[in-house]
Structure formats: structure tokens, C-alpha cells
Design a protein around this ligand. Structure first.
Ligand SMILES: [Zn+2]
Length: 222
């Protein structure tokens, strides 16, 4: 069971190293089995992102809010923070990037995969077309659809539900992640964000209960 600190991305003691990334212990075992199973089917399953700490997510969020990192709206079009309201900037960021402290990647139970037999991590853009028909990860994505549940994984961002945009590359290990979500504490998140240098802080804090409902709890279930 993960602690409140681990749920917020502030503690890394539950993690083990795997494929140059960090994953929660049971998730890492399940990942290795899934990867071996994929190898038997002729695929080279690659792990491009596992655990991510709070301050890494904070840097991503602030970089996008301040125009230092590329920002796309929910439709995937590039946008310019200088011409946008704070509410619109927040909506665009959260379609693709979690609020710091509210990322499932903080738990170590969630990861992003790609087909390492078809392209390198550097070539990968993590854009939906790469996983759709004609894209380099499409064949492995089809294999994953048929096999990931057998290893305990599911896709929380499978459908467009008005929260996080669909991410075909994002997997979650249900046996640990479902318990983590059930104990996620929005009050602990609020206390943390109040004391951090977060861009758009007033906008975020004024809407926090709604943001948590929309971007944490509105997911596709296993
Ligand atoms: Zn992800």
C-alpha cells in the first residue's frame, strides 16, 4: 500500500530500477512478464517513462504555463500562452500533462511504452498517430490490447472522457493503482501546492476539487 507521500511523488522508497526507469515493485515484476510475453510474440516492448517525481512534474507544468515548453490544446494544435486566459492555459496543459502531485506516474504503477523494435526513444514523439494504423507502434498496440489485462495492466486514458486526452501509450498496473486512487487525498494535494512555486496557482487552487474529479477520477476502468 502506498503512503500519502508516495501518492504525491515525494517519496521513492517503493521503487525498483527497470529498463533505465523506476517502477513500483509489483508493477516492475508484472512489466517484466508482459515484456517477455511480447518478446515471445516477436515484439520488442520498450519502456519510455515510468516513475516521475513531484518536482519533475512541477517543472513540466510550469514550463508549459510560462511558454518555455511547447503547449498543445486538447485537439493537439500548438498554442501560445501569451494570447490565452489562465483558464484556457490550464485546460490545455491538463489535457496532456498532470497537475504536479496528481500524476499517476508519481505512484510508480503507471508507465508509457513504445515499440523499441521499430524506433528509438529519441525518435518517438508520444503522439497518438504513432500508435494508430500506419504508425510505428500500431502492431504492438494491437497485441497489447489483447494481452495487457492478463498481466494486470489496463489503460486509464483509453477513451475521451473530458479529462486527460486519450493516451494509447499509457498503462497502469491495476492491483496497486486502484488502491492508490481510492486513497488519493485532495486535501493533502492542496496543502502541498499551497507551499510550492506553482504557475497559475490561484486558478488551480480555486478549482482544485473539480480538477481532481476531472483529471484523476474520470478514467477508463479495467
Ligand atoms: Zn503516461
Amino acid at each position: 500500500m502506498l503512503t500519502q507521500e508516495q501518492l504525491l511523488g515525494l517519496d521513492d522508497r517503493h521503487l525498483v530500477a527497470v529498463d533505465d526507469q523506476w517502477l513500483e515493485g509489483r508493477t516492475a515484476v508484472a512489466w517484466q512478464r508482459l515484456k517477455a510475453d511480447a518478446a515471445d510474440a516477436g515484439f520488442q516492448l520498450g519502456l519510455c517513462s515510468g516513475w516521475r517525481p513531484f518536482h519533475r512534474q512541477l517543472a513540466i507544468f510550469n514550463g508549459k504555463a510560462q511558454g518555455e515548453r511547447a503547449l498543445q490544446n486538447r485537439a493537439g494544435q500548438a498554442c501560445d500562452v501569451r494570447t490565452m486566459s489562465d483558464a484556457d492555459i490550464l485546460d490545455a496543459i491538463l489535457a496532456w500533462s498532470a497537475l504536479p502531485g496528481a500524476s499517476r506516474h508519481h505512484w510508480g504503477t503507471d508507465l508509457d511504452w513504445f515499440d523499441a523494435g521499430r524506433l528509438t526513444r529519441e525518435q518517438l514523439k508520444l503522439e497518438p498517430w504513432e500508435y494508430q494504423s500506419g504508425g510505428p507502434c500500431f502492431e504492438l498496440a494491437q497485441w497489447m490490447e489483447a494481452n495487457l489485462a492478463r498481466h494486470g495492466f489496463f489503460r486509464p486514458y483509453r477513451e475521451p472522457l473530458g479529462g486527460v486526452a486519450p493516451e494509447p501509450w499509457h498503462l497502469s498496473f491495476a492491483p496497486v493503482a486502484e488502491d492508490a486512487l481510492s486513497r488519493f487525498d485532495a486535501n493533502a494535494l492542496e496543502r502541498l501546492l499551497e507551499q510550492e512555486s506553482l504557475a497559475l496557482k490561484d486558478t488551480v487552487l480555486s478549482q482544485l476539487p473539480g480538477l481532481v474529479e476531472r483529471y484523476c477520477f474520470r478514467i477508463s476502468t479495467p
